[in-house]
Design a protein around this ligand. Structure first.
Ligand code: NAP
Length: 284
């Protein structure tokens, strides 16, 4: 068996962005305006600032117009809600992204719920999460959508495979499991209360790991020839580590995503894809 093939998320992302740029140009030619993405950043979180600037750069690359709103740490929930409402009503804005975490985490649920589901390019709104669950066409969460593209890029079939998702967050684990199910995998979800997760992960043909624990998954937790998707981003002494012990697991897996350069680049690309999809479905 061919082992240790690296799934190059950067390359896949670049290839995908070329296709997205063509779609964005087509929209502009037909509608006489660029597709618009509004990005809202509240406060000074350094990681969030980097994410937002990467999203704005991606917009430029793909030919979307970005609208960046920087609110101070002191912005009230009402200030943010007012901005979201204004963006919902703005016809030049096709997608709205509120960068998380907000300084006041307790406000997140209400603010995300206020984003119009039609412009919810993060796919976090209950309407989009619900449509994903029902198998309806929806704006689905970006990281899970990228995970599916990464798996498909290997050329291996998802249908009929046993996919194990380690982690059950609303933004990665649960939607990733739903998308795998939509692609006809047999899906098992593990979480922090799962008894003996290694016994389950070692049966996975496809293993998606999104738990936020540095190099938690070792080779004895992985089946020979599995496809391993590492979502984790764990910073330690300025270095980025995945949730998977890459060196040892790569010797056993058929395909594996590196960290960095795997899931991360595809997440932003899928944000671009969702924004184009939102614009196309609400052509104005
Ligand atoms: P999260 O909201 O903290 O959720 C973590 C999940 O992992 C929870 O469901 C938790 O279980 C489970 N978990 C924690 N420890 C576990 C263990 N020892 N065994 C089994 N399950 C365990 O995290 P998240 O937002 O999903 O993110 C996960 C990781 O992905 C983080 O490192 C994050 O930075 C990264 N991430 C990367 C991208 C990207 O674009 N590359 C995007 C998003 C997130 P319980 O539910 O039982 O608590």
């Amino acid at each position: 068996m061919n082992k240790g093939n690296i799934i190059d998320g950067k390359k896949l992302s670049q290839e995908t962005r070329i296709r997205l740029k063509e779609q964005a140009e087509k929209f502009e030619a037909e509608c006489g305006r660029k597709i618009g993405l509004a990005v809202v950043l509240v406060g000074e979180n350094p990681a969030s600032k980097i994410y937002v600037s990467n999203k704005i750069k991606a917009c430029e690359e793909v030919g979307l117009k970005s609208f960046a709103y920087y609110l101070p740490e002191t912005a009230s929930k009402q200030d943010i809600l007012n901005l979201v409402e204004a963006l919902n009503d703005d016809n030049s804005v096709d997608g709205i992204l509120v960068q998380l975490p907000l300084p006041n985490k307790a406000d997140e649920k209400e603010i995300l719920a206020r984003v119009s589901p039609k412009k919810d390019v993060d796919g976090f709104h209950a309407v989009n999460a619900g449509n994903l669950l029902l198998g309806n066409d929806s704006l689905s969460a970006c990281t899970p959508s990228g995970i599916i593209e990464l798996i498909k890029s290997t050329g291996c079939e998802i249908a009929g495979k046993h996919a194990v998702v380690l982690g059950r967050s609303n933004i990665v684990g649960k939607p990733a499991a739903m998308l795998l199910l939509q692609n006809d995998a047999t899906v098992t979800i593990c979480h922090s209360k799962t008894k003996n997760p290694a016994q389950i992960t070692s049966q996975a043909d496809i293993l998606v790991v999104a738990i936020g624990r540095k190099e938690f998954v070792k080779s004895d937790m992985v089946k020979e020839g599995a496809i391993v998707i590492d979502v984790g981003m764990n910073r330690d002494n300025d270095k980025l580590y995945g949730d998977v012990a890459f060196e040892e697991v790569a010797k056993k897996a058929s395909y594996i995503t590196p960290v960095p350069g795997g899931v991360g680049p595809m997440t932003i690309t899928m944000l671009m894809s969702n924004t184009i999809k939102a614009a196309m479905s609400g052509k104005r």
